[in-house]
Design a protein around this ligand. Sequence first.
Ligand code: TZP
Ligand code: MG
Length: 215
Amino acid sequence: MKCDKKAMLLYAVTDRAWAGKSRLYEQVEEVLKNGATCVQLREKDLDEESFLTEAMELANLCKQYHVPFIINDNVDIAVKCGADGIHVGQEDMITSAVRARVGESMIIGVSAHTVEEALEAVKNGADYLGLGSVFSTSTKSDVDQMPYETLKAICHAVDVPTVAIGGISKKNILQLSGSGVDGVAVISAIFGAEDPGAATAELLTLADEMVRNHA
Ligand code: TZP
Ligand code: MG
């Protein structure tokens, strides 16, 4: 399998809105030092040139830590910076078209909200699925909350790695136990924390416990 389930365990998704005085690069380095298993660069408002510069820097950084580096949405940037993968939503480019652009070796992650969407994404070549929003979140406005039973049904219906996203924090992560999900993708509970490195270390321990609780 191109995408290792273990890479989903603690998947850090960036948000520069939280970066404050420290640069996003420094935050990502802290997150990597503390055990994040995957990093996604998610930029919604950056111009292409700045996006590419940052993507190249972070691709290089993640390589040093042997952690997969994924670009959100922007296929051109993913190819140009040599990212390990690209993540697309249902409203973005369809999976088969993304595959035609990025070639066979790149990881493609797809967001899915129902069993039908999940099966369709896998059929079209998705290497992992992002599932959510599993809790309520103010980070993304155009997403509904996914019932625990739907999360569980999707995890049992597919054989690609899965990662839950949306409102996940140290307070609620263990509620995902038993769902079968391979890990958690987190924005604000890491990048909005006073100490993103410490938050990563704490979430990693809990993600490990959550996954062990499935059995
Ligand atoms: N997709 C579904 S919910 C979400 C995305 C990108 C936002 C996750 O952010 P947070 O801060 O971890 O709730
Ligand atoms: Mg998208």
